[in-house]
Design a protein. Structure first.
Length: 70
């Protein structure tokens, strides 16, 4: 992951409490470095309109999630 993607991911986690809580669930379910890197890459590369659904599709495919609202 490049620095721009990492900065974008951290910035998004700071701005969106629901996204931050969802990220915490992912890390609690699987705290491996690979999972952390993959989740941060998704967060850093997606806009707020579809980031939660992308994370859900990858990590919790059987759950429903509302889209992240600004």
């Amino acid at each position: 992951m490049d620095n721009r993607t990492a900065h974008s991911a951290v910035s998004s986690l700071d701005r969106y409490p629901r996204l931050s809580a969802y990220f915490e669930r992912i890390v609690q379910a699987d705290p491996s470095t690979e999972t952390l890197a993959e989740a941060l890459a998704i967060i850093g590369n997606c806009g707020p309109a579809n980031v939660l659904s992308r994370l859900r599709d990858r990590f919790f495919p059987d759950e429903e999630v509302e889209e992240l609202l600004c």
